[in-house]
Write a protein that binds this ligand. Structure first.
Ligand code: BDR
Ligand code: CA
Length: 304
């Protein structure tokens, strides 16, 4: 089986991505590490437990990670998926945080990667703070992971958090910098433009959440209060889909990347060295086009 370690800031699309991974028969999730982002770290942890509960997979260990960025920047709350990250739908039977592992997410990441050297693909779906801290505590881990998959950054300087920066990079630009420069393993990035360029229709979404399953009911509930536009974009699911099945990436660009740390307007923006000016050895693999049919099948299975 493909071994995955998934780091999340569990909002609605992280939940969708997790459910996709949980439904993939060829995948084993060794652990889920939590990071602040779509909501507070407490909500994120609780959301992951809720997802595992509805999928009947409470045996997967969940680890609490960082609650703020490396520079402890105050981030105004991001209400895209509601205050709690899962559409403020409430859940009286939500599993308690006592079910979390005692070990810190960053320590768990380092331990699991050392226990399964060259076997694990790390999938990062939130701000990159846990992932950055892991390499600073144990600089050997990039050589010990198989592949790194990131949802984050942007190709064309267009943002969803600020005019120029994508949410995950923007919430912790220093962490993104550390990850893009220290992780010299094969690194696959599902950028904002990639997700937006491969969106699904509202019609697909409606059929998807109206399947007659508990998982679909859960998804319907947590997306109820969200403003549904004409399109459906499940950002984090693209990174997970690529980790499950590499052939879902129909086209890509290999290029050295970095992140702007100082720009007054551009802090958090991903920078591409398309003409190889830096002569940086490590190039990232930027996903450009998805095999949408395969992607849709994987997403469908998440709620089936
Ligand atoms: C990313 O930001 C988060 O809100 C989503 O969960 C996704 O990881 C999209 O920019
Ligand atoms: Ca996310």
């Amino acid at each position: 089986k493909k071994l995955l370690l998934v780091d999340v800031d569990c909002g609605v699309d992280d939940a969708q991505a997790l459910m996709m991974a949980l439904a993939a028969p060829e995948v084993q999730i060794l652990g889920i590490t939590c990071c602040f982002g779509n909501s507070t770290i407490e909500h994120v942890c609780r959301n992951v437990l809720r997802v595992l509960k509805v999928c009947n997979r409470m045996e997967i260990p969940v680890f609490r990670g960082v609650s703020h960025s490396l520079l402890c920047e105050k981030n105004p709350p991001f209400a895209h998926f509601g205050g709690d990250g899962l559409g403020d739908a409430g859940d009286p039977n939500s599993p308690g945080l006592v079910l979390l592992q005692k070990e810190h997410a960053v320590h768990a990441m380092i331990r699991l990667i050392n226990e399964h050297q060259h076997q694990i693909s790390l999938v990062a779906l939130g701000p990159l703070t846990n992932v950055a801290m892991a390499v600073k505590l144990d600089p050997s881990i990039p050589q010990k992971i198989k592949k790194l998959f990131i949802m984050g950054g942007n190709l064309e300087g267009r943002g969803n958090r600020t005019p120029c920066a994508e949410f995950n990079f923007c919430l912790d630009p220093e962490a993104a910098y550390i990850v893009l420069n220290d992780y010299t393993c094969p690194t696959y990035i599902a950028t904002l433009e990639f997700a937006l360029g491969n969106k699904l229709t509202k019609d697909y979404f409606e059929k998807w959440v109206n399947q007659d399953t508990e998982k679909a009911k859960f998804m319907k509930t947590i997306t109820m209060k969200l403003q549904q536009k004409d399109d459906f974009v499940s950002y984090d699911s693209y990174a997970v889909a690529a980790a499950i099945d590499g052939t879902i990436i129909a086209d890509y660009l290999e290029c050295a990347v970095n992140v702007e740390l100082q720009g007054l307007y551009t802090r958090g923006m991903m920078v591409l060295d398309v003409s190889d000016k830096w002569k940086k050895k490590h190039k990232a693999i930027l996903m450009k086009k998805a095999d949408l049919e395969k992607f849709k099948q994987r997403l469908w299975a998440a709620l089936a």
